[in-house]
Write a new protein. Structure first.
Length: 251
């Protein structure tokens, strides 16, 4: 089931998302959080860091698992998702280093890295709250269209469109990795709660398809309709393709 919460703008969306995480941690300080990268959650991490400085929460007992990581990029490379997470969140809060997990895309044995990630998630007890964004082709994590819904952590070849969309972070398109490790759709579906953030007019058509379209592997995010606890926080731009009656007003 999809619950929609409306934000006026990106700033409010980010703050609303941060409040969800802070509330989760206040009920369960040892929560297992699933985290995402991309442009959309940058504001969420900023809001979390600000709230952390006000001592509103602690991650000392929490564990985190990121959705995905590029293959062949070292964690110290500024385009790796490990670097992104350190820069935007981990280096500024009290999450123990050993409690932060990302798939290891810099190893000769990528299959073993996927298996290890699965084991780590399982031994942490599964993910309580998974934050996700959505790609322009409906991908979640790096699960591109036609990824089987039952897929778990695996290596993917990135869509040309995804590489183009992410080229803005790299010197040129050729520098964008061709492969990534991503949690599978099954992992996302197994998380107890999902928080999907959708910002900006460029995502309006994707959100429209998610809300009104069928559940199909051609549009990976569509499976979220079968998850029992999904909250979508979307700003006005992203909501511009929906009928007002299809979402409730935020506070
Ligand atoms: N792997 C990430 C996804 O996890 C993210 O949701 C998507 C959208 O990113 P953005 O938020 O920058 O639009 O991009 C990348 O491909």
């Amino acid at each position: 089931m999809l619950t929609m919460e409306k934000a006026q703008d990106y700033k409010e969306l980010s703050q609303m998302a941060a409040e969800k995480i802070i509330t989760k941690l206040s009920h369960k300080p040892e929560a297992v959080l699933g985290l995402a990268t991309g442009s959309t959650p940058v504001g969420l991490y900023e809001a979390l860091v600000a709230a952390y400085k006000e001592k509103r929460f602690s991650l000392a007992k929490a564990t985190t698992f990121n959705l995905d990581e590029y293959v062949g990029i070292h964690p110290s490379d500024e385009n790796s998702y490990a670097y992104y997470m350190n820069q935007h969140l981990f280096s500024q809060v009290d999450l123990p280093e050993t409690a932060a997990h990302l798939p290891n895309g810099e190893t000769a044995n990528l299959e073993a890295a996927c298996t290890k990630y699965e084991q780590q998630i399982a031994s942490a007890g599964g993910i309580d709250l998974q934050v996700i964004g959505i790609g322009l082709n409906g991908h979640i994590g790096f699960n591109e269209p036609y990824t089987p819904f039952e897929q778990r952590t695996h290596v993917v070849e990135l869509d040309k469109t995804t590489r183009e969309a992410n080229a803005r972070f790299f010197p040129n398109l050729e520098a964008v990795p061709t492969h990534a490790i991503t949690m599978g759709i099954q992992n996302i579906m197994e998380s107890k709660e999902v928080l999907l953030l959708v910002a900006g007019e460029q995502k309006a058509a994707v959100l429209e398809r998610l809300v009104y379209g069928d559940v199909t592997e051609a549009f990976p995010a569509s499976i979220l309709k079968e998850h029992p606890n999904v909250t979508i926080i979307a700003d006005q731009g992203a909501l511009s393709g929906l009928k007002a009656a299809d979402y409730q007003a935020g506070d």
